[in-house]
Structures are given as structure tokens and as C-alpha cells.
Design a protein around this ligand. Structure first.
Ligand code: DC
Length: 224
């Protein structure tokens, strides 16, 4: 029997990726964190397409998209993101990347460039993909769609702890502001904005633990 395709969308720091990763392990699916792809392009742009003031030259980035090879490799059961053979899994979580990524994710050229990578991975089924536009644009025919949300206080706390856990010093107010700004840009952009698909199941996990959120999602998925 064909394994399902599951789309998980939602706001920043609602736990989409870590939850999807565990569900993938439980159900024997491939997990794809599409936010990491946008972060990978942003990291490339900061390194290769910034002017002297640190602003990203978008036209230069578009002309260099064909130089970007993003691949996930399995390293000790973790999927690690490589950009042209360098492991960039830690770098893409930096505040610098977080503060530029929404601008990059607004660009149609960038979204088109990443579309094929995302769709080809899902074409044989057996995938759980998390992002912002998976249920609405990338995989509108997904077998299951979930949309995660949580209060800004809870999300700030989670992201702050995640950054601390990675040894990246940061300030809680800055983290909160970055989440608010990103959510606003992601939800109001013209191309593929962040929104709940009409057939997605809404889950507010402000008061749920990660394990409870996983159990709730699994309760909707039929055996296959
Ligand atoms: O999930 P994340 O916070 O790592 O995502 C980083 C940014 O990438 C987020 O602010 C919006 C963008 N993104 C997107 O536009 N579409 C996706 N499918 C995934 C992420």
C-alpha cells in the first residue's frame, strides 16, 4: 500500500520540524524541513550576494541560483543540510539568517527554484513535509494536512531555549520580535503566503507538550 503524504504548516516555532521528524520515525516516512531550504538560500545570499552595507542584492542572488546545490544527508540518523558539500545545519539557525530569511522567501524566483525539489521528494508518497505553503501550494493533494499555531509567548520561549541549546546566545525580546516580524511578512506576502489550507486540521499547541501534539496528529492518521 502507498504510504501517505503529510503536510504540516504553521507559524514559526510551533514545533513543526521537531514534531514532523518524530512522526516520520514512528511511521517510517521521509521528513523534509522546507524552512531549512529557504534558510540555506539565505545563508548563501548573505555570504555571496551582500553589498558593503550588508544588504542582499536580490538580482545577483537570482543570477547565482544555478550555483546552489542544497542536499539533505543522513549523518548518524540526523538529516543534515549541505550547501555545495559544506554542512550548514548550524549556520542556518543563526539570528542573522533568521532576520533575512523572510525577505528571501518572498521572492517568486526563489520559491520556483525550490518547488521541484520539494515536489519530487513527495512524488512516491511516504513523506512528511513541514513549511508554510505545503498544504496550500506545494502539495495541495496531500493525504493529510495540519496547521499548527501557538501563542507568541510560548513560541518565544521555545525558540529561545532552542537557540540556547545550540550554544547561540540571544535575547528573548529579540527572538520575540523576529517571530512577530517573520509571521507578518510570511502571512502577507504575495506569493504563497502562510495560511491554513481549507482542508487542514488546526492544532493550537500552546498548552500541549510536544508528545501530546504528536499523539493528536497520529490520532488522525489511518493505518497504512
Ligand atoms: O520553518 P522555519 O522558521 O525554519 O522557516 C524559515 C522561513 O522560511 C520562514 O520565515 C518562512 C520561510 N518558509 C516559507 O516561506 N515556506 C516554507 N514552505 C517554509 C519556510
Amino acid at each position: 500500500m502507498r504510504k501517505p503524504v503529510i503536510a504540516i504548516d504553521g507559524y514559526s516555532s510551533t514545533g513543526k520540524s521537531s514534531i514532523s521528524k518524530i512522526i516520520a520515525q514512528r511511521l517510517g516516512l521521509v521528513h523534509m524541513d522546507t524552512g531549512a531550504l529557504y534558510r540555506g538560500i539565505t545563508y548563501f545570499a548573505i555570504k555571496n550576494c551582500s553589498d558593503a552595507d550588508g544588504a542582499i542584492d536580490l538580482d545577483l542572488l537570482f543570477s547565482k541560483l544555478n550555483e546552489i546545490k542544497l542536499r539533505f544527508k543522513e549523518v548518524e540518523t540526523e538529516l543534515v543540510l549541505f550547501l555545495n558539500d559544506s554542512d550548514i545545519s548550524k549556520e542556518i539557525r543563526s539570528n542573522e539568517v533568521s532576520s533575512h530569511v523572510s525577505l528571501i522567501a518572498c521572492q517568486k524566483e526563489v520559491r520556483d527554484f525550490l518547488m521541484e525539489t520539494q515536489r519530487s521528494i513527495a512524488s512516491n508518497g511516504g513523506v512528511i513535509m513541514d513549511g508554510r505553503d505545503i498544504g496550500t501550494v506545494v502539495l495541495p493533494d496531500a493525504d493529510y494536512k495540519f496547521f499548527l499555531t501557538a501563542s507568541i509567548e510560548e513560541r518565544t520561549k521555545r525558540r529561545f531555549l532552542e537557540l540556547q541549546g545550540m550554544g547561540m546566545g540571544s535575547n528573548e525580546d529579540e527572538v520575540r520580535q523576529n517571530l512577530i516580524t517573520r509571521d507578518k511578512i510570511d502571512s502577507t506576502r504575495e506569493v504563497a503566503p502562510l495560511k491554513q489550507a481549507h482542508d487542514a486540521i488546526l492544532i493550537d499547541n500552546s498548552k500541549l507538550t510536544k508528545q501530546e501534539t504528536i499523539a493528536l496528529i497520529l490520532s488522525y492518521i489511518k493505518e497504512f
